[in-house]
Design a protein around this ligand. Sequence first.
Ligand SMILES: Cc1cc2nc3c(=O)[nH]c(=O)nc-3n(C[C@H](O)[C@H](O)[C@H](O)COP(=O)(O)OP(=O)(O)OC[C@H]3O[C@@H](n4cnc5c(N)ncnc54)[C@H](O)[C@@H]3O)c2cc1C
Length: 477
Amino acid sequence: MNDAYDVLVIGGGIVGAGVARDAAMRGLRVKLVDRADFASGTSSRSSRLLHGGLRYLAQGRIGLVREASREKMTLAHIAPHLAAPMPFLFPTRRRTEWQRWKLSIGVRIYDLLCGTGNLGRCSTLSVSQMLAMLPGLTSDRLTGGVRYFDGFTNDARLVIDTLRSAVAHGASVASYSRLVEGCREPSHWRCVVVDERAGRAADVLAKNVVNAAGAWASRIPHSRVRLRLTKGVHLVMDRKRLPVPEAVVLAERRRILFVIPWGERVILGTTDTDFAGDLADPTADLSDVAYILDAVNQAFPDLHLGPGDVISTWAGVRPLIAPRHVRSGAPSDISRAHQIHMSRLGWFEVAGGKLTTYRLMAEQTVDRIGEYLKTNLPSSRTSTTPLLEAAPQWSGLLPPPFERDVVAAICAEEWPEHLDDLMCRRTSWHFYHGYDQQMARTAAAWMAGALGWSAERTREELSRYEATYAPTSPSAL
Ligand SMILES: Cc1cc2nc3c(=O)[nH]c(=O)nc-3n(C[C@H](O)[C@H](O)[C@H](O)COP(=O)(O)OP(=O)(O)OC[C@H]3O[C@@H](n4cnc5c(N)ncnc54)[C@H](O)[C@@H]3O)c2cc1C
């Protein structure tokens, strides 16, 4: 069948983007579709960390930590603009499970598991060293702590740059295009994809289909994926209110919370609670906000942080592989391992994992397709080929300057369809600055100029953005 793609990827989050890039780089004809904006699912709602997962090391999941640690180093190599080394201070306290002597050993193993060395070397800190690094930290039961390194990224930018790379290698990508059906024909799959903007359905023919729909994976036709969905929430605050010099790990309760410096802001998160709501719109409830603020206030009791300090929030749904007893165990105990399998001939599913391991998940998925096709596909080159051929316009970790020319470049090269695509996922302006009506109006006018929107369309875009992001409810602080 000549007009059939080799691979149709369902889902333009980080995993789908990675599969599209890997497959295109091996010479396959690839099409990727996403029901909404690229990265609008979990892949723009993470903690933005490239990490092996110190917590999983404590759970004895050494293979998982080694795999993710090596991927962390690979991403730092292929996408240095989206993988900044980030030191973490982890204060330890008496009568908790995180003992200083255990962690001192743990962070050394953590460094070793990176293979060729971590992004920075770990160290053990005394009580006075920890208090000198973190003035305002309560000294209650403090025994000192450790300092270790992970990477800081921008999840949505990682998706966009991965897609740009996929397209540069010949892939075709379409946002706001939802797969609704897939029928097997003798030599290929006939998939029905609805263009959400025009409301029109069209057939896409593909020899192989990859379900990379994240939290939606079990709702895709022919799916055998069983997921346990959990929600995680983040808050953004001005760094002057919580002036940490480096990232901080708070293990005040059973869960671990991070305080992550982000330019003039800090990101606080995250939670981990079972989720059964609307996958497209998980939000931070008042109780989530209170939980995070409470934990930070316990660690820094003089700061008295309150909901009024919160500039913005985001919430995401983790697509975790369901253990055999679906409801058993705390959400944070569920493995972040991934699974790849073929549910029907030529219909693949890739699920679970995390942002850090997406490249490996993609490589293994395309290897499986090659095995099924019984063709000698060239080996994956994604672990050594830089993500972008030329240096990017800006690092991507912090929002770009608020300028018309930037907006024009994004509109030309990065497929934003709506104002919130620009404000939230291409630039992070919304999360960094909070909801700002004047900023939204200016950005909408710039987008209108670049994309030829009418006055009516521009008004509609502002209303759409306001309806979702204006702080009328706790979910959009
Ligand atoms: C709170 C939180 C914090 C996290 N922090 C980290 C972290 O710091 N580091 C880390 O490594 N990992 C982290 N993770 C995990 C990581 O974010 C996810 O594993 C990863 O983003 C999942 O990517 P994905 O591509 O599988 O899913 P998604 O990004 O959700 O992509 C799936 C896509 O499929 C599309 N789709 C769904 N149905 C259809 C359809 N019918 N047709 C077409 N498209 C469809 C959706 O629109 C969506 O864009 C975190 C997760 C959460 C929730």
